[in-house]
Design a protein around this ligand. Sequence first.
Ligand code: HEC
Ligand code: HEC
Ligand code: HEC
Ligand code: HEC
Ligand code: HEC
Length: 474
Amino acid sequence: MATIYRGGFRIRSIHYCFILLLFASFVLLVTGTATAAEPTSVGELDSDDFVSQSKCANCHAIIRSQWQGSMHAYAYTDPLYQAELLMASEETGGQTDEFCSRCHTPIGVLAGEVPPIDGSMASDVALEGVQCDLCHTVPEGAGIGDGAFVSSPGDVKWGPLDDAPSAFHESEFNEFYTEAEYCGMCHNVNSPFNGLPLDDTYTSWADSQYAEEEVTCQDCHMTPGITQFEANPGRSASSAPKREHISIHEIVGGNVFMLEVLSDGLYGEKAEERLQKAAIIEVSVPEDASSGEDITIDVSITNSGAGHKLPTGIAEVRQMWLEVSVTDAEGKQLYGSGRLDAEGNIEDAVIYHTVLADPDGQITTKLWEAESIVSDNRILPKETEVESHSFVMPEDAVDPILVEAKLLYRSAPQDMVDELFGEGTYDVPVIDMANAYGSINGEADIPSEPTPGFGALLLVMSLIAVVCICRTKK
Ligand code: HEC
Ligand code: HEC
Ligand code: HEC
Ligand code: HEC
Ligand code: HEC
């Protein structure tokens, strides 16, 4: 009897388990769908719900001054954004106003003050762009891209610390702040008309080795490491304890151009330094060559330091290219490509960027017109591209021959900027990201950048020479 009873009991318990399991999955399903976050909608909040960054600066002065050197602080005032925002609005009859503003003027959209895009209805706090309180009152994300953030402004400031009390606000640890998905809410942009992926920074990170190794956006962009995590010891507030690591809020990218324009040259340097850590180039040429011979120069470009495609962001506007030149021992140019002409256009070079087309197949740099991606030759994280150049060795070339390659970057084409702002308004800086050299028929002298010390010495020497010449003339 006892065995039968036990057997019966076992069967019944299996049934119980089954029913329980069913019930549990049902509960999970219901609550799962019920708690899937929705992005906070337009006009759901009030701009008074958000605190101005100037208040946070009372205690977080260093973080605030770092933020002022980031494009987040200029997300609305940025003249390039303003020019494109206006053009998009005019050409689509206002259909893009809310879309663009959600990431560039998030508080304005949440409070229903922007659009209008001219900012005439916007409070001061909305015009602070991507600012402290907007970023630190996001309890969770509602997905990736197109401004998929949940906003819950109030007393609680969420962050990466679990022991950071403050007299001014509640502090709460939230793991989300340490994850790439946090940045991904805004750093993936899809066309509002056809879903075309226009900015794929997050996606190209997520598909890379960096994601596998859990090297996040924050590791590279919010620490001094640039290409990996590196601790930044300090205090995050005047009255706070010293900690082993405080995240840096410069959050710099490659936009030397706008950072210099907006900060009177103060902040461009950090972006330049970042670009110089992004890639490595190498030149490979034959050791010897005779006149009349066809010479091939292979230049490899490795995306060694960027955790996403290189370049990234608004990739239909950004430009990266190689300048290659070959000179003989007397300085005569035997081959050249990738230089700028008098108007600032790049002469015969492969440009690494995306090319977009409108519905008629016409090439466009306007996000709102784009319907297809014609090409995308940007370099994937940790990948190498090889570019080949060739020339015929002339009869009269004097050995040894020097081959020089430079990897260059600029935030926007000069002609686009001239068209938007008028010629002569802005000179788009060209950033030297990396250099490499090769020699044919002997060891050519590799040009070295004159050091400031050397320049000063040269100046002093020429002054002495001028004085001497003047004296002898008397
Ligand atoms: C683009 C969104 C964004 C903006 C704007 C922003 N923060 Fe942060 N902040 C973060 C993230 C993300 C972290 C955590 C990074 C990490 O993983 O270490 C953080 C960390 C912090 C921390 C903790 C510091 C530490 O590492 O111990 C403080 C304090 C802070 N932010 C204050 C501010 C203040 C003040 C401002 C405005 C001047 C500001 N933040 C602007 C996203 C932002
Ligand atoms: C009266 C001074 C004061 C003001 C004003 C202030 N904070 Fe703080 N905040 C602190 C202190 C102190 C800490 C603790 C830092 C620590 O322990 O390292 C802190 C911590 C934080 C943290 C870390 C939270 C965590 O758990 O990771 C964030 C984020 C933060 N503040 C954001 C802000 C923002 C945004 C503003 C403006 C809206 C602001 N703070 C205004 C003093 C202040
Ligand atoms: C609320 C949306 C939002 C969030 C969240 C956000 N960003 Fe941004 N970010 C922007 C916008 C908008 C710009 C462009 C501003 C401009 O150039 O006009 C920008 C600019 C940048 C730039 C400068 C790009 C350049 O061209 O140099 C970097 C780097 C950057 N963000 C990194 C991050 C990282 C890392 C995180 C996560 C810790 C993050 N952002 C979170 C909206 C956001
Ligand atoms: C391994 C380090 C590394 C990681 C991880 C990384 N970045 Fe970058 N990022 C760089 C470097 C280096 C550059 C400069 C070269 C360039 O513009 O691509 C850069 C540039 C940028 C730019 C500027 C693009 C422009 O228009 O000039 C943005 C925006 C950006 N990163 C956002 C992100 C976001 C968002 C993530 C996470 C999803 C991320 N980065 C992850 C290193 C990194
Ligand atoms: C999902 C968030 C998001 C939306 C929506 C968005 N942007 Fe951006 N925008 C960004 C981020 C992030 C960057 C920085 C990327 C980079 O560095 O190239 C940026 C950069 C830019 C820049 C480059 C600014 C500079 O100084 O180089 C322009 C111009 C721009 N956006 C225009 C627009 C326009 C126009 C729209 C609407 C059609 C729009 N954006 C919609 C997030 C967004």
